[in-house]
Write a protein that binds this ligand. Structure first.
Ligand code: FAD
Length: 451
């Protein structure tokens, strides 16, 4: 059976919902929108599906509205629901997931009578081009969905452990958790076991907090190339400081040196980083491919820990764990995993070794999703998408229209969220995604209105 829709939104996380809500606001009442994604994730994705109260947002509530044109929307929702949090607070991500889901439910109720919005509980497995420039998706429930306009919001997926599968002998395989979000791996762990987390970013921080809440007593190791933990937000945020950088004026190392100098001279470096928030896209777009490569190789890890920070209360808990000696941070690359005296010996490049009972892959969000997603693979094989040259999702043009293998853009086919990091670089957090969602909804609205 082939169903027809005006707009297919593929994915069920925050980007998909933000786009859908903007579309409902902007499309004529007769237009049909289909949101395709697994029902359990609808509105939550990886980020907001957690049930743990200790998993806090890493952006203050005052900047987490889903709507670029209604910045206080989340704050008003919190107040209506009777929650005590205000603009500077870091709210549990579970509550934020409820907010997103509530906004989606409200849109469904509003559009109920005219069936303008349909939630399709399925995965899109493949797609092919139709003659009018639209796409037809094959879904996991056996149906096909033919859409005049489409938007991919499939997120970034999780990165694999940085070791080839053949390096994981059968003897060690059972002691490696590949996806920390997929199952409650900590439930089968003795309270005094030692754990090695691969990665020292926000994913590891989430897992450390969970183990701490469960009274876990073993030693917690975390390793990454630079051994950098995310920096902390201040309890009271300083106003952003205007950046000294001018887009396109200097090459990447000079820009980073100027940024470092400004941050060192400022009363607080965070205000300098925050001053770049609205112009990061512009800077990124002025960089040549070679400069982007250099940035990703040498500076991205440092950028990420300063840009994506921990809530102050979370930072305090991680600091306490380090001071007590329970958490040990290592610098290095994973070289091998061996079974030794019934435990895991993890060799790091350069000769150091860590012993643990379990290894948990917390290397975070993947960048290159084309090979990991059956849908993107099918689109790439048909030449309908091409991977970003740096592995930052898929290539899109200045309007977030998807670029085909021959570099032509399809004005009826868009991508949003981390999938478009190749064009935007910073397009992971809600304050960035909501702006993109509104802009893409406006373009789709114009297309649908034009017939
Ligand atoms: C742990 C974590 C915490 C975060 N905390 C914050 C925060 O505090 N503040 C902030 O601003 N940002 C935060 N972020 C960043 C940000 O909000 C997310 O990256 C954002 O949710 C991205 O949304 P997305 O919809 O593009 O991707 P995702 O959330 O990854 O969702 C994509 C969804 O699409 C589905 N999907 C994939 N392929 C298909 C397909 N073929 N068919 C149908 N469905 C498909 C997936 O199953 C998934 O549910 C966090 C991110 C993570 C991972």
């Amino acid at each position: 059976m082939t169903l027809k829709t005006d707009v297919a939104v593929i994915g069920s996380g925050l980007s998909a919902v933000a786009l859908t809500l903007n579309l409902i606001d902007q499309l004529p009442p007769t237009a049909k929108v289909s949101l395709v994604g697994k029902a359990a994730a609808q509105g939550r994705g990886i980020a907001y599906a957690t049930k743990a109260e200790c998993h806090l947002l890493n952006v203050p509530a005052g900047r987490m509205s889903l709507f670029a044109d209604r910045p206080n929307h989340f704050l008003s929702w919190l107040a209506e629901e009777g929650y005590p949090w205000s603009a500077d607070d870091f709210v549990p991500r579970r509550i934020y997931g409820n907010y997103v889901r509530d906004c989606l439910d409200a849109a469904l109720k509003r559009t109920g009578n005219r069936a303008a919005l349909t939630l399709v509980d399925a995965e899109a497995l493949s797609a092919e081009a139709e003659q009018d420039g639209g796409l037809c998706f094959a879904l996991s429930d056996g149906t096909r969905l033919s859409a005049r306009a489409s938007a991919l919001c499939t997120g970034a997926g999780t990165r694999r452990l940085p070791l080839p599968e053949e390096a994981l002998s059968p003897a060690v395989r059972g002691s490696v958790v590949h996806d920390p979000w997929a199952d409650a791996w900590w439930e089968r762990l003795p309270a005094d076991a030692d754990v090695l987390f691969v990665g020292t970013g926000l994913t590891t921080v989430d897992q450390l907090l969970l183990l701490k809440r469960r009274g876990f007593r073993g030693t917690l190791h975390a390793v990454s190339r630079h051994g950098l933990l995310p920096q902390a937000h201040l309890a009271h945020r300083a106003d952003p400081v205007e950046t000294v950088l001018v887009p396109g004026q200097s090459e990447i190392s000079a820009m980073l040196a100027a940024l470092r100098a400004q941050a060192t001279a400022a009363p607080d470096w965070r205000a300098v980083m925050d001053g770049l928030r609205h112009t990061t896209h512009e800077f990124w777009q002025t960089l040549s491919e070679a400069q982007r490569s250099r940035f990703l190789r040498h500076a991205a890890s440092f950028w990420n820990v300063h840009r994506h920070r921990m809530a102050p209360a979370v930072a305090q808990e991680i600091d306490d764990l380090r001071r007590s000696g329970q958490l040990v941070i290592h610098r290095g690359r994973l070289e091998a995993l061996r079974r030794e005296d019934g435990r895991l010996a993890v060799d790091l490049r350069g000769g150091a070794s860590v012993t643990a009972d379990l290894v948990v892959n917390c290397t975070g969000l993947d960048r290159c999703t084309v090979s990991a997603s059956p849908l993107l693979k099918s689109l790439a094989e048909r030449g309908l998408v091409r991977a970003d040259p740096h592995g930052l999702g898929i290539a899109v043009d200045d309007e977030d229209s998807v670029l085909a293998a021959d570099d032509t853009s399809n004005a009826r086919f868009f991508a949003l969220g981390p999938l478009t990091a190749g064009r935007h670089w910073e397009i992971t957090a809600v304050p960035d995604i909501r702006v993109q969602a509104r802009a893409v909804a406006t373009r789709i609205g114009a297309l649908v209105a034009a017939g």
